[in-house]
Design a protein around this ligand. Structure first.
Ligand code: BGC
Length: 377
């Protein structure tokens, strides 16, 4: 027996549904291309362009390759491209995908504000656009958004710090150094806001003291402490600067808010270089469950990561694509939060979770997200 793949099944069912509908109304089968607005048209083609920001960060490699493999199993043609964190490169990759007939575009943008013109071309070509992980801003031509609950990533980091330091019980003062993500990444604002809403009352009360002065005056000023491009090296250089300028007299850093693992890896390196060991390492947060960061967690040099199981995101986007191709509206669970400046983009948010040294095995290894050898186990 020939094993039919999932897309062939979806396409078969939707073709059947369409011809039944046409029979019952006595009309010709509708032309997929003639549908504009409203529910997406069923299509017998699954030609997906996946635009990822960079290969330099582990998570995007997993995201891109995982999604490509899923969609190919479903019978789709997939063009997966990485853009070296260069906006122009991402735009020209998208232009090529559209020119080559991609009818679905899955985009993890580099700079959420720069894709308007190329997405207009996508809209004109009737391609469906799914913003992947990061919202695309200032464009009408964004159909869906699949991501993790970005605000709650920050809340989990803030609450972890609050609870570890006993801040709600009035403990302190502690020396605190906050960092934020890339100023051009819409997610970074949500991460920072989630954490800052928990932590800023303790900065105001003096329980958290920021010797470097690098505490934004308000959440809206988060970009002033952002690390452009999310680079580990830049985070390391910034932490080295703060340590040499503000801790030269032997003061100790007690806690660092790092929005993700790539920054936490650079920050930890700066701390190590300046003499911190696992015994006196500050509390240090992260996000993603990257191998290098989890290795640091097991070594006692990072306290936690907020794990986003990117396989779930891939599965969600695959579901969305199958619904779109079947002419159905994809399932979403948030139609309020993600306003891109032009419209509120219907979104599906997945719940992230905290991982500490105690649950690396049960959450990351047992689920197959990481292999023991990836983290020195
Ligand atoms: C993602 C994070 C990632 C960061 C750097 C953000 O948009 O949501 O998971 O750590 O980009 O790549």
């Amino acid at each position: 027996m020939i094993k039919r793949n999932r897309f062939a099944l979806v396409a078969g069912f939707s073709a059947m549904a369409l011809s039944l509908a046409a029979c019952s109304s006595g009309e010709e089968s509708p032309d997929a291309d003639s549908t504009s607005g409203g529910a997406p048209a069923a299509s017998d083609e699954c030609n997906v362009g996946i635009a990822m920001p960079t290969r330099s960060l582990e998570r995007w490699i997993n995201d891109g390759e995982g999604l490509k493999a899923r969609l190919e199993e479903d019978g789709c043609t997939v063009d997966l491209q990485y853009a070296d964190n260069e906006t122009d490169q991402q735009i020209s990759q998208l232009q090529n995908m559209i020119a080559n007939g991609s009818n679905i575009l899955v985009i993890a943008s580099i700079d959420g504000t720069t894709l308007g013109p190329v997405l207009q071309t996508a809209g004109d070509a009737d391609a469906t656009v799914i913003a992947y992980d990061r919202l695309i801003l200032e464009s009408e031509n964004v159909d869906y958004y699949a991501t993790f609950d970005n605000y709650s990533v920050g809340t989990l980091q803030g609450e972890y710090i609050e609870s570890e330091l006993g801040l709600a019980d009035g403990d302190g003062p502690y020396n605190f150094e906050p960092f934020a993500g890339s100023p051009d990444d819409n997610n970074a604002r949500f991460f920072f806001a989630g954490a800052w809403d928990v932590l800023s009352p303790y900065v105001d009360s003096g329980q958290l003291v920021v010797p470097s002065g690098k505490a934004p005056a308000s959440v809206d000023d988060w970009q002033s402490i952002g690390i452009l491009g999310w680079g580990s090296d830049d985070a390391q250089a910034e932490m080295e600067n703060r340590l040499s300028s503000f801790y030269a007299g032997g003061e100790k850093v007690d806690v660092v808010l790092s929005p993700n693992d790539s920054l936490a890896v650079g920050i930890a390196q700066a701390l190590r270089t300046s003499g911190y060991t696992a015994d006196d390492f500050p509390i240090l947060t992260g996000q993603d469950g990257d191998k290098a960061a989890v290795t640091q967690i097991l070594a006692g040099e990072q306290s936690m990561t907020v794990w986003k199981d990117t396989r779930l995101l891939g599965e969600r986007v695959e579901e969305m694509i199958m619904s779109i191709l079947a002419g159905e509206e994809p399932e979403v669970n948030d139609t309020e939060t993600y306003d891109n400046g032009v419209k509120v983009v219907p979104s599906y948010l997945i719940t992230p979770e905290v991982v500490t040294a105690d649950d690396v095995q049960s959450k990351l290894i047992d689920s197959g997200f990481l292999q023991p050898g990836d983290v020195g186990l």
